[in-house]
Ligand binder design. Structure first.
Ligand SMILES: [Zn+2]
Length: 243
C-alpha cells in the first residue's frame, strides 16, 4: 500500500507547473501508488475551482484521491472560512499554507486563519518549507505548533534537503509535527526515520514525475516494515484516511 501525501492538480503561476488529471492518474498507476492527497498549487488562479476539480476526481476514484484545501489566507475571513468549510463538507482531509506562494509568513495575522480552521475542523496543516527562505525555513513551524498543540502540522519537503536538519529539530521539539520528505536525500530520510521513528515520516512526491525517484530513495535503504509505515500508515493516521 502506497499513499502519496503531496500531490497537486491544475496550474500554478508561481512555479509555472501544470498537472492534468491524466498526468496525475497515469503516474500513480505507473508507480503502483494506491492513494494520493491532492491540493491546488499555491499559484492557482482560482483555487475554489481546483477544489471542485479535486472533489470530482475523489468522487470518480473513491479511496484513491483525497482533497486538501489550499487557499490564499489573505482572502477575507468570511470567504476563507466559507471555502474551508465547503471543502471539509466535501471530505477534504487537510489544509495547506505556502508561506512563499501565498505570500503569507506563518507569523502574519492572516496565517492564523489557517491554524484556527485546522483546529475548528480537526484537520492537519501542511506547511511548505524549502524554496522561499526565509519565510519557508522549517523553524517557522515551531511557534504555531506550540501555540496550537491540538493541531497536527506536516512539514512539507522537510526542509527540501538543505534545511532538513532544521526540520528534524522542529519535529524533535514538537510532538505534533510530522515530516513529508519530497526533495530530500535518501540519507536524510534515513536519519529522520532513525531519530523520529517511521510513524512521524511520510512519503510524498510533490509532482507526478518525482514519484518514481522519491519511492526509490526509501526502497534503497529501508526495510519492508519501515517502508510500510512511511509509504502509507503515517499518512493514513495523520490525515485520518479510511483503511
Ligand atoms: Zn507542493
Amino acid at each position: 500500500m502506497i499513499i502519496d501525501s503531496h500531490e497537486h492538480l491544475g496550474d500554478c503561476y508561481v512555479y509555472d507547473h501544470s498537472v492534468s488529471e491524466e498526468g496525475l492518474l497515469g503516474a500513480l498507476n505507473k508507480n503502483g501508488v494506491d492513494g494520493a492527497l491532492v491540493f491546488p498549487f499555491p499559484g492557482a488562479a482560482d483555487a475554489p475551482a481546483v477544489h471542485n476539480d479535486i472533489a470530482a476526481l475523489a468522487k470518480k476514484y473513491p479511496g484513491r484521491i483525497y482533497g486538501v484545501v489550499s487557499l490564499n489566507p489573505h482572502r477575507s475571513p468570511d470567504e476563507f472560512d466559507r471555502e474551508v468549510k465547503r471543502c471539509v463538507d466535501m471530505g477534504f482531509k487537510g489544509i495547506k499554507i505556502h508561506p512563499f506562494g501565498h505570500a503569507c509568513p506563518l507569523g502574519a495575522r492572516d496565517a492564523q486563519k489557517v491554524f484556527v480552521a485546522a483546529r475548528t475542523y480537526g484537520i492537519p496543516v501542511i506547511v511548505h518549507t524549502g524554496l522561499g527562505v526565509p519565510y519557508t525555513l522549517p523553524s517557522v513551524v515551531m511557534q504555531p505548533a506550540r501555540q496550537y498543540p491540538e493541531v497536527t502540522f506536516v512539514i512539507a519537503h522537510a526542509g527540501a534537503y538543505i534545511y532538513s536538519a532544521e526540520a528534524l529539530l522542529v519535529a524533535q521539539e514538537c510532538p505534533n509535527v510530522y515530516l513529508e520528505t519530497s526533495w530530500c536525500s535518501a540519507h536524510r530520510i534515513r536519519e529522520f526515520v532513525e531519530k523520529l521513528g517511521p510513524e512521524r515520516v511520510m512519503f510524498g512526491s510533490d509532482i507526478p514525475i518525482n514519484i518514481e525517484s522519491e519511492l526509490a530513495k526509501y526502497r534503497s535503504m529501508l526495510p519492508d516494515e519501515t517502508l510500510k509505515c512511511c509509504f502509507a500508515e503515517t499518512a493514513r493516521s495523520v490525515f485520518k484516511l479510511p483503511s
